[in-house]
Design a binder for this molecule. Sequence first.
Ligand code: EPU
Length: 332
Amino acid sequence: MNIQHNIQLQPYNSFRTKAVARLLGEPQTADELSEMLRLFPHEKKLILGAGFNVFFTKDFNGLIIKPAMRGINILSETDNEVVIEAGAAEDWDTFVEYTVLKGFAGLENLSLIPGSVGASPVQNIGAYGTEAKDRIIRVNAADLQTGEISVFTNEECGFAYRDSIFKRTCRYIITSVIFRLSKSFNYKEKYIDLSRELEGVPSPTLSQVREAIIRIRSRKLPDYTVLPNAGSFFKNPLLTKEEKEMLQHKLVDLPLYNVGDDRFKTSAAFLIEKAGYKGKRRGMVGTYEHHSLIIVNYGTDNGQEIADFMREIQNEVCQQFGVMLEPEVWIF
Ligand code: EPU
């Protein structure tokens, strides 16, 4: 079994902050994972995917488990659909590219999202009107306490906006994810930015949609290999009807999406921008000049600096607009 000691985590998080883990294990199979969990029952544990949505502010005195299960397998197929399983350690966008090349529809809107397949259900990744939960039918995961592997149906995953049972309980490690994809594709307009990018393309193919998304994302989002970052830093806040009405008095052009039950999602990027924080820098940390929701690292290896800047944004937005932004990124 592959367990390493005193490992520097800087290469393992896309913000590139420094911290040392006492133990790091990379199980390659579900059985190896179960064995590792049984070997270290009392060790404090942390699960790390590809590290695109996490950063460290201090050393970790415990066992970091980084699932290394690979493989993409078609489990069943009909004329219209395919059921496909991908190992937790598969790179998300390589998997999406594979499905698009095969002509399997359903994940194309989630192109170029950094991360691993195993992270896709944890925070129910989403973009351009699609969420991972729309296509996930089952998730295989091990219980951190017992090492036992169970199957979660879509319903049992308890999916919500950037949320799931895996995120809420921190009790399971995902080993593989099973998706149901379609063999036919009809482009449906769901998101204004995407429709704009596809203007003049009469009936976009799967590949054309993927390419359009790659173009939009590349324009708006910084490349983490040049400017370390973790994508959207905060979740988009949900407002009650009263909160929404109060905020509209202050911000007449507030973007709002009615999500039912008298709840309204607004744009965290917009609030940060209105608070004067677009492209703002504090030492070696700042928000991206083209997208205020992205915090970028301009050259620190100290996660505390990023956390301090996060709190500054939260305080400023809260003071000006009465909304407490919640981080989407995990901070350890
Ligand atoms: N906006 C601003 N200022 C900016 C950028 C955006 O005011 O600097 C406003 C505009 O009104 C714009 C709106 O924010 O119309 C929405 O912007 P965008 O389409 O970029 O979406 P987002 O809400 O910022 C969400 C996801 C992204 C996902 C995009 C596209 C969250 C927290 N973020 O961002 O996901 O790619 O939609 O669907 O839900 C991620 O989770 O890491 C991520 C990148």
